[in-house]
Design a protein around this ligand. Structure first.
Ligand code: DAT
Ligand code: MG
Length: 136
């Protein structure tokens, strides 16, 4: 396993519901290193770029509407195996199928309001951090 970076984004519902501290705390306690953080209102074009692989899905317009509906918290987390480990901390896409103890399993109900994004590969981690989490 190599040192890698994951793009972790707290979605607008997570920010509105006051879950930022709770979510950051879980990554800190696990032992990963926070290397970038910002509050960001995602413009439509960037949201479409971020989710471009899902362009053809019927839920795509709603997904873009949701992600651009309020500020998100963009973060870069670094560590050995952080991409796969973050996906485990986050839990399944559908919060009703996410295990208790995971972020989605503990804090969410709907797929369309699932609180958090995490990169699905180290390559996408790099790409997403370049796109959205351009710190400083
Ligand atoms: P994940 O966020 O777990 O990586 P994904 O990349 O497959 O899941 O999809 C990105 C987001 O799109 C997901 O967090 C919520 C939304 N989404 C996925 N599948 C959906 C569905 N069947 N209905 C509504 N929204 C969906
Ligand atoms: Mg995904």
């Amino acid at each position: 396993l190599e040192v890698e970076q994951s793009y972790i984004m707290i979605k607008p519902d997570g920010v509105q519901r006051g879950l930022v501290g709770e979510i950051i705390s879980r990554f800190e306690k696990k032992g990963f290193k926070l290397t970038g953080l910002k509050l960001f209102q995602c413009p439509q074009e960037l949201a479409e770029e971020h989710y471009k692989d899902l362009q053809s899905k019927p839920f795509f317009p709603k997904l873009i509407q949701y992600i651009t509906s309020g500020p998100v918290v963009c973060m870069a987390w670094e560590g050995v195996g952080v991409v796969a480990s973050a996906r485990k901390l986050i839990g399944a896409t559908n919060p009703l199928q996410a295990e208790p103890g995971t972020i989605r399993g503990d804090l969410a109900v709907q797929t369309g309001r699932n609180v958090i994004h995490g990169s699905d590969s180290p390559e996408n981690g790099k790409r997403e951090i370049g796109n959205l989490c351009c710190i400083l």
